[in-house]
Design a protein. Sequence first.
Length: 192
Amino acid sequence: MVKESKNIIGIDEAGRGPLAGPVVAAAVLDTSKKIKGIKDSKLLSEKKREELYFEIISNCKWGIGIVSPKRIDKINIREATKEAMIKAVHNLEKKNKMKVHHLILDGNMGINIDISQESIIGADRKIYCVGAASIVAKVTRDRLMIKYDKLYPKYNFKKHKGYGTREHFKLINKYGGCEIHRKSFKPFDKDK
């Protein structure tokens, strides 16, 4: 059950599963003003996500946390995801000069931060501020992967965003990994 509190923040992440790129978390303040169409980013077209992203960042208080592929390799993806979420909360608080009172996280894990929190599986589909966070995280990460595509054009990151598509595996087999590939993930970590 969601607690009644002044500053309730929804948190979600994008990029736990890809072979390349960072994991990105977003934190969005729940407000009384609701933007129509907010739901889990995976249920929206890229065009609709971009439209909603602009509305969210223009009308809501939000924060971003990004953890690099090297850090993911060092601490593992689960811990990196938690770290990105904590960074997103701190970013929101600092940017907006506010104190967060309660967190709602999508999924089944909590984070090590001194703020009351609850984890809800499917929260990105059920709770407005978590759905908004899923959109901000996804669009932010996708934009980063498009920038990486310019640095590493032979991997076609703008198309698959670092996920393990057939094309991406073929390109890894052809060229090997690059700086933003997660070396602790298959096919790089041969022990997995």
